[in-house]
Design a protein around this ligand. Sequence first.
Ligand code: ADP
Ligand code: ADP
Length: 236
Amino acid sequence: SSVITTEDVHLYYGETEALHGINLNFEKNEITALIGPSGCGKSTYLRCLNRMNDLIPNTTVTGSLKLNGQDIYSPNTDVVNLRKRVGMLFQQPNPFPLSVYENVVYGLRLEGVKDKQRLDERVETTLKQAAIWDEVKDSLHKSALAFSGGQQQRICVARVLAVEPDIILMDEPTSALDPISSAKIEDTLAAIRSDYTIIIVTHNMQQASRISDKTAFLLNGNLIEFDNTEKMFMRP
Ligand code: ADP
Ligand code: ADP
């Protein structure tokens, strides 16, 4: 069954309707690319899935949105827990002004994990998955802010992976990065794709066709097409 199901999602910024009834499901261990021109509603839709739109005043979301069968917008939803289950990566890397190590273990510490060996192990595993271990292993106690943007983004990838979320939202995660960091993040996606469920917003059609299983195409707040990426990009 799907990790996330959404039916007839409408979103209003005040009186303005930015999403006009989106129906999309996301299956376990698949990467879905969300594409479409600037302003079509990609970020808005992503921010419905972890209720980041709650932070924007006067915003209304209607429709059915479920994570593992549980209503995301139920009054009983623990939003802090929801945002842990639904990890997010942004266009601009946003590490905390803490050491590399403390960035990665941040969520685990919130969960109350104290076992140093377990924390150390998780730091090494996720930084390796994020293809940044070799660059930071001798500076784990240095501030994450001391690294380049591309390195910071990979530290943020490790921070997201550390809590093993049910789904990871990525909003143009490579568009602000140098080509090498961008390629490393794509390598990471290829390596973790069988263990995670990922939705990635991208303006880069080649990236979408390289890394995604499915592609959803939005236009003016409507879902225009949703299909296997190979079919949509008509690869031989
Ligand atoms: P990007 O293309 O990088 O996502 P946007 O221009 O879409 O950048 O959005 C940048 C920020 O401005 C976001 O936080 C978004 O919510 C906000 N924003 C975008 N459009 C509007 C708008 N019409 N009114 C108010 N805030 C907006
Ligand atoms: P995309 O991510 O596809 O570039 P967005 O989701 O950022 O598109 O924006 C969808 C529409 O909603 C745009 O018309 C944008 O101007 C508007 N919008 C985005 N954020 C806000 C906001 N905070 N307040 C009002 N309008 C917004």
